[in-house]
Design a protein around this ligand. Structure first.
Ligand SMILES: [Zn+2]
Length: 149
């Protein structure tokens, strides 16, 4: 576990509102599973979670994603006055393309933000949004860092 991840996990970050539509997603995160919605009628996959398919209005089911991804784009936040993120800077906010066909906004947790590149391979990891909240969210790390422990 990287120093960056330990520091990130210890921060008291804002919790998402759990709704009927997104509860299965966050329950999956708590089990260590990254879930994506798939339309039962047309097969379209979507993230973030919604009541129905954004293409055809059909009912949606949940599929488990591999947890792999590729950086579509990112920014390094080097300064913010907003607590608790001011303690975290510099940190990486990224759009991650999953091979399952959806794009996810998340953080790349890294001790070395300068290594983040568009097109870099990343993999999911989960953490409570704040210590003891029991609401888990997905974050990503660079695969090159996981190879190094
Ligand atoms: Zn559909």
């Amino acid at each position: 576990m990287s120093d960056a991840f330990a520091f990130f996990a210890a921060l008291d970050r804002p919790s998402p509102e759990i709704t009927r539509d997104n509860a299965p997603f966050f329950e999956g995160c708590a089990r260590g599973e990254l879930l994506v919605q798939e339309c039962k009628a047309c097969g379209r996959r979507q993230h973030y979670p919604r009541f129905a398919c954004t293409r055809c209005g059909g009912d949606v089911a949940w599929i488990r994603a591999s947890g792999k991804g590729v950086v579509h784009t990112f920014t390094i936040v080097r300064y913010t006055r907003d607590r608790p993120f001011n303690e975290l800077a510099p940190f990486v906010v990224a759009m991650i393309d999953l091979p399952e066909g959806v794009r996810m906004l998340s953080n790349i947790i890294t001790d070395t933000p300068e290594l983040v590149r568009i097109g870099a391979d990343v993999e999911v990891l989960f953490a409570e949004v704040s210590p003891g909240s029991q609401i888990h969210a997905p974050y990503f790390r660079l695969c090159v860092e996981s190879l190094n422990g």
